[in-house]
Ligand binder design. Structure first.
Ligand code: AHR
Length: 498
């Protein structure tokens, strides 16, 4: 059995957790909106057409933030099409996903839905086919009380109070050639700077996220970040990162090592932000918004066969298995281990489209990845302790990959300590120990594990609970030392408290 140790010190806090790192994403794409969160006429929907079963699962996961309305979709979107009387809303071609957008769900429906889901909006503006003028109009519609054209337009749509939306994305993946209106770093940097400046003239209290690279593998990665920030350093508060991993060749050890690549990605972007800061002799620090991250590859072949110009098709409907849940657990640990700089993150996406929650006309269910996401979101609050993990590693396509990913959080108010840990050893259990003498009176509250032996096991409509966490009795504290036995290929959460 492999042995590992975790070292913490009560006084060595890395950072408070910004709860927004447990954000997610709803794009007008596939069945995320239509048939996902919104299905008027369904017996499962409320009077506004919102799926109540889906709302319940979103509240269960305490999703604090939802990015909207895209994604690639936003780069061709006219937000005005989605407000006002529904019968007058135009059906449009969505060129991002080659479908028809009915616009029956738009900004006001989304904001009502956010309230019911107990979440806050992270709104994106279209900097692909549009620009600063439309972004200005949108923020006026959302955040100005009354007395101007767009604020009064909102009121004429029945919304008296402004929404006061504080977090805005300046476009989406503007470096990507697939993106409508994609730009060079120079072009985008200038546009982001000017759009941000104009949006702040309307509401000086907003926070802005500038687009970083669409992934670490983009040929322009690095120079894109640098050039964009050279232009918009003073306007931007965050720089975005996106990444998706997959296991198309069924090489599980490499796949599980993807968190090493994610870690490297974060470190590189932090370095670039700080390099520009130094060059500008700025006092301001740019933090990171990892606003798209997940596993995505299962649905790729199916999606190539899709008919064009239909409404809300089954698109990007990855069915996740046990090993995907392990990687999602590890990616969450990676985000937490960078809590000093990653302040926002969005699991992409939330419902039906590469999502932890799936729906059919008869119900909603939790995919395997729902569990590490939900538990980390619900219990991973407080502060992250600097967590040193001493464990052996294996060789992977990303270099040395530790067999154990782990992080420890403390909540001084609630007097709890929470360990999240993934054992990537496919063969054997692992014994993990941690000196807890500084937490002398703490005992184990619970040890939850997701340890399905079949890495390819999935949850489906007919079998929704094939993979779900179970209580483990593998942890004990003796003489101030925690000893936990982690099953092979397992995700674990160990909560301790008084
Ligand atoms: O999340 C799916 C898509 O992935 C988003 O629309 C886009 O931003 C990214 O490429």
């Amino acid at each position: 059995m492999k042995q590992a140790s975790i070292h913490i010190d009560r006084n060595f806090k890395l950072a408070d957790v910004d709860e927004r790192i447990y954000g997610s994403f709803i794009e007008h794409l596939g069945r995320a909106v239509y048939g996902g969160i919104y299905q008027p006429g369904s017996p499962l929907s409320d009077e506004q057409g919102f799926r109540s079963d889906v709302l319940a699962l979103i509240r269960e996961a305490k999703v604090p933030l939802v990015r909207y309305p895209g994604g690639n979709f936003v780069s061709g979107y006219h937000w005005e099409d989605g407000v006002g009387p529904k019968e007058q809303r135009p059906r449009k071609l969505d060129l991002a996903w080659s479908v028809i957008e009915s616009n029956q769900f738009g900004l006001n429906e989304f904001m009502d839905w956010c309230k019911k889901a107990g979440t806050s909006p992270m709104m994106a503006v279209n900097l692909g086919t549009r620009g600063a003028e439309d972004a200005k109009n949108l923020i006026e519609y959302c955040n100005i009380e009354k007395g101007s054209y767009y604020s009064d337009l909102r009121r004429s749509h029945g919304v008296t109070d402004p929404y006061d939306i504080k977090l805005w994305c300046l476009g989406n993946e503007m470096d990507g050639p697939w993106q409508m209106g994609h730009k060079t770093a120079e072009e985008y940097g200038r546009l982001a700077e000017e759009t941000g400046r104009i949006m702040r003239m309307v509401d000086p209290e907003i926070e802005l996220v500038a687009c970083g690279s669409s992934s670490l593998s983009m040929p322009t990665f690095g120079s894109w970040e640098e050039t964009v920030l050279e232009h918009c350093y003073d306007e931007a508060d965050y720089l975005s990162l996106h990444t998706y991993y997959g296991n198309p060749e069924d090489k599980t050890p490499d796949f599980l090592a993807s968190s090493v690549a994610m870690d490297e990605f974060i470190r590189s972007v932090v370095s670039i932000c700080d390099c520009v800061k130094a060059k500008k002799r700025s006092k301001k620090q740019i933090n990171l918004s990892f606003d798209e991250w997940n596993v995505w590859y299962h649905s790729n072949e199916e999606d190539k066969k899709l008919e064009r110009w239909i409404q809300a098709p089954h698109q990007l409907e990855d069915v996740y298995n046990q090993e995907d849940a392990l990687l999602v657990g590890s990616m969450l640990i990676t985000l937490l281990r960078h809590a000093d700089r990653v302040k926002i993150a969005c699991l992409a996406q939330l419902v039906n489209v590469i999502a932890p929650i799936m729906t059919s006309d008869t119900g909603a269910w939790r995919q395997t990845i729902f569990y590490p996401y939900m538990y980390t979101s619900v219990c991973g609050r407080g502060a992250v302790l600097q967590t040193v993990v001493d464990v052996s590693s294996y060789e992977s396509v990303y270099g040395d990959a530790p067999f154990l990913d782990a992080v420890v959080l403390t909540d001084e108010e609630k007097e709890t300590l929470t360990v999240f840990a993934v054992n990537k050893d496919l063969e054997g259990s692992m014994t993990v120990s941690c000196d807890l003498r500084q937490y002398a009176d703490y005992r184990i509250l619970e040890h939850m594990e997701l340890a399905e032996a079949d890495l390819k096991a999935v949850n489906t409509r007919l079998c929704p609970d094939a993979v779900c966490p179970k209580k483990s009795d593998g942890s004990r504290i003796e003489e101030g030392r925690l000893t936990a036995v982690l099953k092979p290929k397992s995700w674990n959460m160990i909560r301790l408290g008084k």
